[in-house]
Design a protein. Structure first.
Length: 352
């Protein structure tokens, strides 16, 4: 619902380094064309802005450029108004650590701008009563052409960067070490698990998108066998489709894994929905044929850990762990090994 979505938006704002002083919502049959929210709500937010010295107002839904401008005018010159997509793009921008990620972010930003460019000019035209029509259209075409050229250049560069990564991956695949990918909803505890297992210093913090780039570590098990463990960018329920497409490369690794470990924050009230969101993206990525291991993480935080363990035993296909305390990691490694054995059998069965 609205409240869960706003909670997630708050987490995103935290991740972007903003301090959230409050949130509010309004149910309208139709958004106000000028300000998106009604005038009463605008006044309410304005007084909160003055009371707390608010610098940024974030809307969970997409605003038209006209609405953005009108709201900024009402709220005062220094207040920045933005929507969820712009916020996520900010985070991606801050987190882009590699050349590929940086290129992906720039591409996503330009693709975000392209349709907004049109709407901005259309809006200006309407404001001028259609008098600037010819000029506006010409200007849109010029601006669009510039942006499209830049997008084309970026895509080519991205392709070449990806090709290099692919070559590296191909070499890695030829080494007989299975690749295990951690997938899961953002904040589920993937980096924490990776750290626990490998001592790798991957950023683990209570922020969304702590891991933007695929990070791979080698895990050695007690029996001497090893596997490569890869962390992936976290999924998010309301990730705009334009961003999903731009970040596909980051998730491409998934389709080359021997095993997917789906990490779930089982203490989260929306755990079920989050599992569904991840499954949906995996289907979109054609990754449904890869063996999967479902892991219920943060059992230490769960209301009734015992009940969870019983439920997991009843289902038989779930491993309960706490990536934080290390509880259940032995079982986890055994389950990974068991799953990998299955895949080896499967591969051998294919060889004549
Ligand atoms: P990621 O986005 O999936 O990589 O999630 P992180 O590994 O960054 O973890 C997100 C937050 O959850 C961090 O504050 C972790 O300390 C916390 N966390 C991860 N695993 C556990 C766990 O098993 N128990 C508890 N209580 N917290 C955890």
């Amino acid at each position: 619902g609205i409240e869960a979505s706003l909670r997630e938006l708050k987490q995103l704002a935290d991740t972007a380094g903003l301090l959230v002083v409050g949130s509010t919502y309004q149910k309208l049959s139709n958004p106000n064309p000028r300000t998106y929210i009604g005038s009463g709500k605008v006044a309410e937010i304005k007084s909160a802005i003055q009371a707390f010295g608010v610098e940024t107002v974030i809307f969970d839904d997409e605003l038209s450029p006209g609405q953005l401008r009108n709201l900024e005018k009402v709220f005062g010159g220094d207040v920045r108004v933005c929507d969820r997509t712009a916020l996520i793009l900010d985070i991606f921008n801050q987190r882009a650590a590699t050349r590929e990620a940086a290129l992906q972010v720039s591409l996503a930003q330009m693709e975000y701008q392209l349709p907004r460019l049109t709407r901005m000019w259309t809006h200006l035209e309407r404001q001028a009563g259609g008098k600037v029509k010819g000029m506006g259209e010409k200007q849109i075409e010029v601006d669009k052409r510039i942006l499209r050229t830049q997008i084309g250049v970026l895509k080519k560069e991205l392709e070449s960067v990806r090709k290099h990564r692919k070559q590296y991956r191909t070499r890695r695949v030829s080494v007989p070490v299975p690749v295990v990918s951690l997938v899961g909803y953002t904040n589920a505890g993937k980096s924490t698990l990776l750290n626990q297992l490998t001592g790798a210093e991957v950023l683990a913090e209570d922020r969304l998108f702590a891991t933007l780039d695929p990070t791979t570590r080698r895990v050695q098990m007690k029996n001497g066998k090893e596997f490569l463990l890869t962390d992936t960018v976290g999924f998010i329920q309301k990730l705009p489709t334009t961003l999903v497409a731009a970040f596909r490369a980051t998730l491409e690794e998934i389709s080359e894994s021997s095993l997917l470990v789906h990490v779930v924050d089982i203490s989260h009230p929306l755990a079920e929905q989050q599992i569904e969101a991840v499954e949906k993206v995996l289907t979109e990525l054609d990754a449904t044929s890869i063996p999967k291991l479902l892991v219920w993480n943060k059992v230490d935080k769960a209301e009734d850990p015992e009940k969870l363990t019983l439920e997991a035993e009843r289902r038989g296909d779930v491993i309960c762990i706490s990536a934080l305390t290390g509880e259940g990691l032995g079982d986890f490694c055994n389950a990974v090994q068991e799953k990998l054995k299955d895949t080896m059998v499967w591969i051998e069965a294919l060889i004549p």
